[in-house]
Design a binder for this molecule. Structure first.
Ligand code: V47
Length: 368
């Protein structure tokens, strides 16, 4: 049941105009976004985001039975926050052969519907490695959805193999790529991005790849890495750029705020994010991204307990079983590397939500 409008009382006067806009379905501005992030009136922010979430999705909370494959950690880019990447030639670098990848996929339980594939920017793999990976996976599991390669990887392929982004995407799609994950966006604002990232796609290049993917009918997600050196203004700028592209294409499915995992990050000695920050990241995402269908509360990054609370702060999705997550865990994430469907269902039920198993593009697989 929806909360009566009169019940959305805000303690922070700066939120009053935001409240009025949200309740009358008006679009929020840059200044509204800044006011939301600066406010400590977490319950009011959460109630507003929950209102929008319930208008869209009622009491459903989605999850997917998925697995991650990180085919290589060898990477020519330098991201100060990333503990996963290994420089070419470094001893801890690895690259999975295609037989190993295909054996992994073949060994997956039939219930797994999505394979999420991302890797480092490896300078020496042939283009055929990626096409054969797509074709091979579809050969051993024709029904599985391949969500693979961030916009940063696609941009790298375009440069390395000297093909247009258009052709890179068309060939991958033809070989079996179904959708793309939202990673690599980090934070768009140039002054901040340039301080922490060297050698990978910038804001415009990331957005251009996504625009082309959407044009070709490839749905994608979008992320923002927060809790490092970015400012509140950088966050709002990032979200409004995602919203503008979504106005143009409608191709984004889910927004996933990614909490910086600091423990083993090579060049950023910072504390971990706090509960307030994590819940605000979800709620403000829901409020500013009025044209995104779904907002994810990603348990890998914020822990299952807070991810569960996120389902009352604007999120309608809790990702999935995951299995063998490496990027956050190489950075020291204290969460488990996978979760069973029964644990996910319990988290959702105890949050008062209705667990709905979905596929990658939110077709309902099963009501639990
Ligand atoms: O692109 C790297 C980030 C991303 C750290 O689209 C870090 O469904 C936090 O994008 N702390 C990969 N984050 C993960 C990702 C993702 C995850 C789940 C679902 C989806 C989806 C996408 O992880 C990278 C980078 O932005 N990352 N290092 C770190 N220390």
């Amino acid at each position: 049941m929806q909360t009566p409008l009169a019940d959305f009382a805000v303690q922070d006067a700066a939120l009053q105009p935001v409240r009025d806009k949200v309740l009358s379905g008006k679009r929020l501005s840059f200044e509204d976004g800044v006011a939301l992030y600066r406010s400590h009136d977490l319950l009011a922010i959460g109630a507003l985001a929950n209102h929008v979430r319930e208008q869209r999705h009622g009491d459903a909370a989605y999850f997917v039975w998925n697995t991650h494959i990180n085919h290589t950690n060898v990477c020519v880019a330098t991201c100060d926050f990333c503990a996963f990447a290994a420089r070419p030639g470094e001893a801890r670098g690895y690259t999975m052969g295609l037989p190993e990848i295909l054996a992994n996929v073949e060994g997956l339980p039939q219930a797994v519907r999505e394979v999420h594939i991302v890797g480092g920017l490896h300078p020496d793999l042939p283009w055929s490695y990626f096409l054969d990976m797509m074709r091979g996976i579809k050969r051993v599991r024709p029904d599985i959805h391949i969500k693979a390669f961030t916009a940063v990887e696609i941009f790298f392929f375009h440069r390395l193999y000297r093909m247009g982004v258009e052709q890179v995407l068309a060939e991958l799609k033809d070989a079996g790529l179904d959708s793309m994950p939202g990673g690599g966006a980090e934070i768009f604002a140039k002054a901040t991005r340039d301080q922490i990232i060297k050698g990978k796609a910038d804001e415009k290049q990331w957005l251009d790849v996504m625009r082309e993917a959407h044009r070709q009918g490839i749905p994608t997600n979008a992320t923002m890495l927060y809790g490092h050196i970015e400012s509140v203004e950088d966050r709002v700028d990032h979200l409004l750029k995602l919203r503008a592209l979504q106005d143009e294409t409608g191709g984004f499915v889910t927004y996933i705020p990614l909490a910086f995992q600091p423990w083993e990050a090579p060049a950023m000695k910072l504390p971990e994010t706090t509960g307030f920050d994590d819940l605000k990241a979800i709620a403000v995402g829901r409020l500013l991204l009025d044209n995104f269908p779904h907002i994810k509360s990603y348990w890998i990054m914020i822990g299952p307990r807070l991810a569960q609370v996120g389902l009352s702060f604007g999120a309608d999705d809790i990702d999935g079983t995951v299995t063998e997550e490496k990027i956050a865990h190489d950075a020291g994430a204290p969460t488990a590397q996978s979760m069973t469907v029964h644990e996910l269902v319990r988290l959702i039920r105890e949050a008062g939500r209705r667990p709905v198993e979905r596929d990658t593009v939110f077709n309902v697989v099963k009501e639990w």
